[in-house]
Design a protein around this ligand. Structure first.
Ligand code: GAP
Length: 463
């Protein structure tokens, strides 16, 4: 991570603070077990990251919230978990074999490959020297712009030739199109109906970087929302607007700072090959305002192509009207890793010089409650604290800590976003009450042990 040395210039200092935030988040993630550099003991692997014990809790919590919000709590969305490796014809039909590529220029001497816009960006950055790795101190000798396909390839079986090529899916979306016919025959429903999926996708990104922002192994939460062929624009726009509102509501439910989110209408000629309209939801990351999520009107592009390439009839028959047609699709898409990053960037608060607080929504926090004995050397108090911990642990994700002093324990829990700390003290032995301390206000109140679960459950937005 780049950190400039202060020059005394206000704008530069602001830049230091901004980049410093990214540095602080990456460091906290590693120290406290949210995210580790992938394969670190071997020197790492470019842009691969491992979610640690607390990271996986946070990630699972918002993935479950997504599933509850968009699958369980709706009557018009069904779930799916399709295979990552699909028949390679899927990717011919979807247009990815021909069109999922990045324009790149290759240095004729050292074979470094970069996107033309990155080359231009670096040329205009003072102090950024683009030096060829072969011809020392000389500039790269860039070749013509060429298209490089971004799908990750593998071979199935023992032969490694063109007949055994398979791809790791670059988006989860195609699973929903390919299984569309099966799902609709098991669940004959009236349109509109959505199919939702959460899963890994793979892209051979050439320019990676910025922590979890651009990965080669990423995770997506996607919905393909099937609608009847619209007779006019307002018929598809109605559903497009519905999902636009749902995406704004999602920011609120996971605590992503809405002031940092901006819609970016993708212009004609710049949209993905399948889209008639796309809005990117961009986020103000410390390294720039860039894409967080997307919303696209994919028309009947995918199903029509799958019908053509597979030779199968993929039309939908409306039981009421008796009409058969290929449905159109509105696609809202959420990146899991960018969600994780945007939540951390929105929650990190070090305004109080005495503590760092991760102001996560309580229902997303890795631990809901931490239990402490006031002192670690008094057996009665430690045992009582352990019994409170065991009781809470059965219903809530809890943690027990008897190390150091209370102040240090509070500090450690604030930094990982634990919303409540429970302390068992001398009074507990007399009246069965404990101190509950709130993460955000640092206020404390006395609660009966028997009432603790009800107290926390009422406070948690039950998800
Ligand atoms: N099915 C449509 C689709 O895949 P996309 O805009 O290419 O659209 C959807 O990707 C979302 O996946 C993005 O909005 C972003 O959140 C996430 N995403 C895409 N590429 C990514 C990468 N290399 N690393 C991390 N997240 C990525």
């Amino acid at each position: 991570m780049i950190i400039n040395v202060s020059t005394g210039n206000k704008a530069d200092d602001r830049m230091d603070t901004i980049m410093d935030l990214m540095e602080k988040i990456v460091s906290l993630c590693k120290r406290r077990g949210f995210v580790y550099p992938g394969s670190e003991i071997y020197g790492g692997l470019s842009n691969s990251w491992d979610y640690g014990p607390l990271g996986i809790e946070l990630k699972n919590n918002f993935k479950q919230l997504w599933w509850k919000t968009f699958v369980h709590r709706r009557d018009d969305v069904l779930g799916l978990d399709a295979a990552i490796i699909m028949n390679p014809k899927v990717w011919e039909a979807s247009g990815h074999v021909a069109g999922f590529s990045d324009p790149l220029r290759e240095c004729q001497l050292c074979h470094t490959r970069l996107r033309p816009d990155i080359i231009e960006e670096q040329k205009s950055e003072p102090g950024e020297q683009l030096v060829c790795l072969k011809a020392q101190d000389k500039e790269h000798n860039w070749g013509e712009v060429k298209q490089f396909n971004m799908m990750l390839k593998t071979h199935l079986g023992s032969m490694e030739d063109s007949s055994t090529i398979a791809y790791l899916r670059p988006e989860t979306a195609q699973g929903m199109f390919v299984d569309f016919k099966n799902i609709f025959s098991s669940f004959p429903r009236k349109l509109p109906i959505g199919i939702a999926q959460i899963g890994k996708a793979f892209r051979n990104e050439i320019t990676t970087g910025n922590f979890l922002f651009r990965l080669r192994e990423l995770e997506q939460m996607e919905i393909e929302y099937f609608i009847s062929p619209p007779k006019n624009d307002s018929e598809w726009q109605k559903y497009f607007e519905h999902w636009r509102r749902e995406m704004w509501r999602w920011f609120e439910s996971v605590g992503i700072d809405k002031n940092k989110v901006h819609e970016h209408e993708i212009a004609d000629g710049e949209r993905a090959h399948y889209s008639k309209r796309t809005i990117d939801f961009e986020f103000d990351y410390p390294f720039g305002t860039k894409e967080l999520y997307g919303l696209a009107y994919r028309t009947d592009y995918d199903l029509k192509n799958h019908q053509k390439y597979s030779g199968q009839d993929l039309s939908y028959r409306d039981a009421e009207t008796g009409q058969s047609f290929i449905p159109h699709v509105i696609e809202p898409t959420w990146g899991v890793d960018r969600t994780f990053l945007a939540i951390l960037l929105s929650s990190y608060d070090d305004k109080d010089p005495k503590r760092v607080v991760l102001k996560l929504k309580p229902n997303l926090a890795p631990y809901k409650v931490a239990v402490f004995p006031l002192v670690a050397n008094k057996e009665e108090i430690v045992n009582k604290a352990k019994s409170v911990y065991e009781k809470l642990k059965a219903s809530l994700v809890a943690v027990f800590d008897a190390r150091g002093n209370i102040g240090k324990r509070y500090y450690a829990q604030d930094e990982i976003g634990t919303p409540w700390c429970v302390t068992v003290d001398y009074d507990t032995l007399k009246d069965d009450t404990v101190t509950v301390r709130d993460r955000d206000t640092a206020k404390q109140e006395r609660i009966k042990i028997d009432s603790l679960l009800t107290y926390f459950n009422q406070k948690l937005d039950i998800i």
